[in-house]
Design a protein around this ligand. Sequence first.
Ligand code: AMP
Ligand code: ZN
Ligand code: FE
Ligand code: FE
Length: 281
Amino acid sequence: MIDLHTHTNKSDGTDSPRELVNKAISLGITLLGLTDHDTTSGWQEAVQTVRGSIRLALGSEISCLTNDGTSVHMLALLFDGDNKKMQTMLEETRDGRLPRMRKMIEKMRAAGIDISMDDVEAARPTGATLGRPHLADALVNKGIINSRDEAFQGMLNNDSAFYLSHAAPTPVDAIAMIRAAGGVAVIAHPFASHRGQILKAADFSDLVAAGLNGIEVDHRDQNPDERAMLRVVAKELGLVITGASDYHGNGKLNSLAEFQTAPDQWEKLESLADQRRVVRA
Ligand code: AMP
Ligand code: ZN
Ligand code: FE
Ligand code: FE
């Protein structure tokens, strides 16, 4: 069982890295990808929890923005965590999330919604990459809405008047940086249309030229038609096909290993990294 895309409380998931690895072990997951948004801060705790036959593919889900303003998520796996350029890129994105949150809060306050940066900070686990889910949690804590899901269907949706993007690398720059750090790049849920504007099949050729290695095809936010189209794109471009849960603990309905990656696809992906970096006990 291979699940390559999961989150912890180092970003907007609710389990600690230790809890996540323990749940993966009890479910019988053989390879777990740890991909918190724009950070590697959960790696150490996850590595310390590894035992038995589970293996870890350490990574991060990198927030990207195309030149025309489309939000893209890039899964970076098996890169060198000590790579300076990579860590600087992640840090700059995390830093950019603070002014973005302040501005979103200002817009909400201007619309009469009683929410503050302190409320959001209270909802954010220490050191976690700040995101809209923490704002959603703050709104839930204040009794303004009932759930994260409700927030993302309404006032925190990409199409909402309160939504703002934050500074982020382009997908091409992120891919180049991931590959230069020895890792592999898999574009996450590219046809997840309910999140707002999405990529077109033609956009993939530029990403492949930049070094893209794979496409996340099997993901709950892509319907069977979207998955079928992505499978065709992946085959045409010679890209690895992955599937994953995008587990966020209690923060999302997604359950661990609800979608998986086939072993042969994983072997191909792993062979494209510059070194064997999978973590074992
Ligand atoms: P941000 O990176 O701050 O723009 O926030 C986007 C994050 O919100 C993504 O990582 C998603 O995992 C998360 N998200 C999107 N939709 C939902 C939802 N319906 N429920 C909970 N989290 C969501
Ligand atoms: Zn998330
Ligand atoms: Fe994502
Ligand atoms: Fe994710």
